[in-house]
Design a protein around this ligand. Structure first.
Ligand SMILES: *Cc1c(COP(=O)(O)O)cnc(C)c1O
Length: 233
C-alpha cells in the first residue's frame, strides 16, 4: 500500500459513486460508502477517519473486536458493520460491539443477537444475506426461503434488532450488464418484501469491482475494500 493514499483513494471511490448516480438519475447522498478494513490495521482506519470516512466493514470477528478496542477513542464517530459470516457461538461480542450485521441467514442468529444486544445501546441494524447467484459455496438464504425469514426477523419482539434490508455478494462478472443482473434481482427481492408490508430501506451491494453496476440497480450501501486500502495480502 502506498502510504498517504487512503484519502485520495476515498476521493476516487466517491467520484465513481457520484458518476454512477449521475448516470442513473440518483442523488449521490442516497448511497453510503462502507470502507471495508479487513486485514488492515487500526492505523489505516484512523487515516480513513481523518479523511472523513465514518462507516467501516469487518469480516472476521476476532480481528474486528481487537480493532474496535484499539480505536475506542474514536468510537462515537465510527460505525462498525460486520459483513463476514457469523457463527452462533460468536453472537454475544458482536451484539455488544457492532452497529450493523449484514450476514443474517437464519432466524437463530437474529434471535441470539436480539437477546444479547445490551439495553443501553441503540437497536442492532440487520441485513439478511441472500445467495443471489445460487452458488453452492456461498452463504446466504436462498431467495425462495427469504420471505419467511424476513418476516420472522422483522417480527422479533423487544426492539433490540431492526431489520433494514438485504445484502449479497454476486458471482464476479467482467461486463457491466452481467454485473447488473444479480444486483437487479436483489433489488426486486426488496421491492417484493416491501409490497408484502415490510419497510426495508437498505440494499447492501457493490464492491470495488462492481460498485457502478450496484449503484445503477439501486444500492444504498456499497462495501469497498481494496479500492480504498489497497490489495489484501
Ligand atoms: C472483502 C469484502 C468486500 C470488499 O471487497 P473489495 O473487492 O476489496 O472491495 C465487500 N463485501 C464483503 C462481504 C467482503 O467480504
Amino acid at each position: 500500500m502506498i502510504m498517504g493514499s487512503i484519502g485520495s483513494n476515498l476521493q476516487e471511490v466517491k467520484r465513481r459513486i457520484d458518476a454512477a448516480c449521475a448516470a442513473s438519475g440518483r442523488n449521490a447522498n442516497t448511497v453510503t460508502l462502507l470502507a471495508v478494513s479487513k486485514t488492515f490495521d487500526g492505523a489505516a482506519v484512523r487515516e480513513a477517519h481523518a479523511a472523513g470516512q465514518r462507516a467501516f466493514g469487518e469480516n472476521y470477528v476476532q480481528e474486528a473486536l481487537a480493532k474496535i478496542d484499539g480505536l475506542a477513542d474514536l468510537r462515537a464517530s465510527l460505525e462498525w458493520h460486520l459483513i463476514g459470516p457469523l457463527q452462533s457461538n460468536k453472537t454475544r461480542p458482536v451484539a455488544e460491539a457492532f452497529d450493523w450485521v449484514h450476514t443474517i441467514d437464519r432466524l437463530k442468529l437474529a434471535e441470539r443477537l436480539a437477546a444479547q444486544r445490551p439495553p443501553g445501546l441503540p437497536p442492532l441494524q440487520l441485513c439478511l444475506q441472500v445467495n443471489i447467484s445460487g452458488e453452492a459455496s456461498k452463504s446466504g438464504v436462498a431467495p425462495g426461503e427469504l420471505p419467511a425469514l424476513a418476516h420472522a426477523v422483522a417480527a422479533l419482539p423487544g426492539g433490540r434488532v431492526r431489520l433494514r434490508g438485504l445484502m449479497a455478494i454476486p458471482e464476479p462478472a467482467a461486463e457491466l450488464q452481467a454485473q447488473r443482473a444479480p444486483h437487479r434481482a436483489l433489488a426486486a427481492l426488496v421491492h417484493a418484501l416491501n409490497a408484502q408490508g415490510l419497510a426495508l430501506d437498505t440494499l447492501s451491494m457493490g464492491m470495488s469491482a462492481d460498485l457502478e453496476a450496484a449503484v445503477m440497480e439501486g444500492s444504498t450501501l456499497v462495501r469497498v475494500g481494496s479500492a480504498i486500502f489497497g490489495a489484501r495480502a
